[in-house]
Design a protein around this ligand. Structure first.
Ligand code: ASC
Length: 128
């Protein structure tokens, strides 16, 4: 799927960038930076469940060098890293379910849990 390692790095970064945008739109609502729009929140949450499967494909062997902050532990602790990715997917599914209820309180709770899964992998697997 990738011609060279740099293409895989670009791909996963692009996927995370798009995810951060859609996650951020919900974040703005739950943090009272934007008006709560239940329909928009649900659309963004739905998108995130699909987008979240994308980055993993970019973490192929040999892509720990170059324009990346990925730590080598991603490959030396591959199962743990995959576990973190899966956890993110699970929490985004919960975020999607919460968003569909149209209840801001439920959205806030699920958003916090999902954000925690983003942060966990950043703390463990991303360089400064
Ligand atoms: C975001 C975003 C992340 C996570 C992380 C959570 O909105 O872009 O990477 O939340 O900051 O701690």
């Amino acid at each position: 799927q990738f011609q060279k390692p740099e293409d895989a790095i670009k791909y996963r970064k692009a996927a995370f960038t798009v995810m951060a945008n859609h996650f951020g739109r919900i974040g703005a609502m739950v943090n009272n930076k934007a008006p709560f729009d239940a329909k928009a929140a649900a659309e963004n949450a739905e998108l995130l469940t699909h987008l979240s499967v994308l980055p993993a494909a970019g973490f192929i062997a040999g892509t720990d060098k170059g324009e990346t902050r990925a730590k080598p532990e991603i490959w030396t602790e591959a199962d743990k890293f995959k576990g973190g990715m899966n956890k993110m997917g699970e929490e985004l599914n919960k975020l999607n379910a919460a968003a569909k209820t149209g209840d801001l309180a439920q959205l806030k709770t699920a958003f916090g849990a999902a954000a925690q899964t983003c942060k966990a992998c950043h703390d463990n697997y991303r360089k400064e």
